[in-house]
Design a protein around this ligand. Structure first.
Ligand code: HQG
Length: 178
């Protein structure tokens, strides 16, 4: 398995379908590194602890977090399974960005941003990152989100372990089209 294949598999079991290898995540999304490696091996995916640690450290978006004692691992964000990341509300910058595809724009203008299959709406700190996120879905379209005003109005914002900003939903009045 190359690093990308490993990362994609970690994303599958730590964000979406832990049951694929009989893994369980705790309420905060953590699982035991030992158990993960054993279950992966039992499913023909052999990985040493050293390699896992390297893949986690070198991952381009820091998608996975190891606990300080190195015994547990979780995805920093992006879950579709219900987990409470236990992040503390944080003060966002005035503007955050959301990259999407042009075909979703009309619906987003009407309904605002919804988490869809994930637990929360994902927002980027900068335009370039949002642009890459949008490209995953098609022709990119970047909204600016008035995060500061939303927060002042009582909406909660959270910063994932890897710097991605999360909020439950973004009503349309806080969206600025390009
Ligand atoms: C869209 C990646 C219609 C939304 C990225 C998005 C991110 C609506 C899509 C992370 C809508 C959901 C998350 C509405 C939202 N009507 N469409 N009302 N509200 N949408 O993949 O934000 O590489 O679940 O605009 O970098 O694209 O996986 O969310 O286009 O951080 O680590 O519904 O995933 O990280 O798509 O991406 P997604 P996302 P990873």
């Amino acid at each position: 398995m190359n690093d990308k294949t490993i990362s994609k598999f970690l994303s599958l079991v730590l964000r979406h379908q832990p049951e694929t290898i009989g893994l369980t995540l705790d309420a905060h999304g953590w699982t035991s590194v030992d158990d993960l490696l054993k279950r992966m091996a039992a499913h023909g995916k052999f990985l040493t602890r050293e390699k896992l640690e390297r893949v986690v450290a070198e991952n381009d978006k820091k998608r996975y977090t190891l606990s300080e004692d190195g015994l547990r691992i979780r995805a920093a964000q992006g879950h579709s399974v219900k987990v409470d990341l236990a992040l503390l509300p944080a003060l966002p910058p005035d503007i955050l960005y959301h990259g999407t595809a042009t075909r979703f724009v009309e619906s987003i203008m009407t309904e605002g941003l919804k988490p869809q299959s994930r637990q929360q709406v994902h927002l980027s700190l900068d335009y370039a990152t949002a642009s890459k996120v949008g490209q995953r879905h098609g022709k990119p379209y970047i909204f600016r989100v008035e995060a500061g005003r939303m927060q002042a109005d009582g909406h909660l914002f959270f910063r994932a372990d890897n710097g991605v900003w999360l909020t439950d939903a973004v009503p349309p009045q806080y969206l600025i089209a390009p």
